[in-house]
Design a protein around this ligand. Sequence first.
Ligand code: NI
Length: 170
Amino acid sequence: MIYPIVKFGDPVLEMPGKPVTEFDDKLKQLVEDMFESMYVAQGVGLAAPQIGISLRLSVIDVSFKEDPGMKLVLANPKIIKVEGKQAGTEGCLSIPDFRESVTRPKRVTVRAQNENGEWYEYTGEDLLARAFVHEIDHLDGKLYISHISALKRDLIKRKIRKLKKLGEWK
Ligand code: NI
């Protein structure tokens, strides 16, 4: 099924997710649904809290369907190494139509479980490194706007409040 994406303002986005403990058929279905929901929303990463499920689970595909080997499932992920820095703009499906520049590590190594509960390590560079830290932030209840200046953040929040009043932010 395709889940609607939860938008900024919903408390689930600012709450740490619970660890994934059951790697059963239900979880595999959820992972499949998360990939589908992410593709429909035109994203390259999606965290369970973004569909209203407070779990430490994210999916990433920076190839956007081009390379099946790039479909990554991150259950209970941890960052084990970061190197360097990269500048670039970043957005989030839960904060649509806004983008800001955020400095992130150039290279990030994660340790996570896949949909079968098997632990693996993966090192990503550039966009994938950015996706790793962005998605893992989601699982900690953190959004990318926490990495921008308070001034820019307040401006975004003000614009969102206006959109809410107009009924254009649900
Ligand atoms: Ni996001």
